[in-house]
Design a protein around this ligand. Sequence first.
Ligand code: FES
Length: 164
Amino acid sequence: MTPAREAKGKTLIAAHHDGQSALIPFLQYCQEEDGYVTPTALDDAATLTGLTRGEVESIASFYSLLFQRPIGKHVIQVCRTLACMLGGADELRAHARARLGVTDGGTTSDGVFTYEEVECLAACDKAPCLQHNLRYHYNVTPAEFDRLLEQWKNERPEAAMPAE
Ligand code: FES
């Protein structure tokens, strides 16, 4: 573990009062630093928190905004559950895949956008909806998706998940 990472981990543990409570913020920090939660980050988290490597990996895999593979700076997650399906999500998903040139879980060839189809985002009354990094967008039509995509291409993305 690098000294900087160890120092950050100790700061987070002190702020959250124990290693287990500091696990997610520490993994968020590692993701911001490395672009995703690397195997080394999982090892470091286990060392810092006192959890087993398996426990750390299991917890990390539960959260849809922690990624254990390289991802783009922009993460687009389109809801595929019933209310959104009824509201046009099938058309939106097909359009998004075609525009980005990826399938579910894929990252564009330039490494900028990662695209996922996810379960209910709890905004069923505004279907279809999607999440871009930490921001929700509602009633998204294919035309609105195109507008958002152009906007995202021209802006510096916020972190997919902030460390604190
Ligand atoms: S079904 Fe899409 S947000 Fe609930």
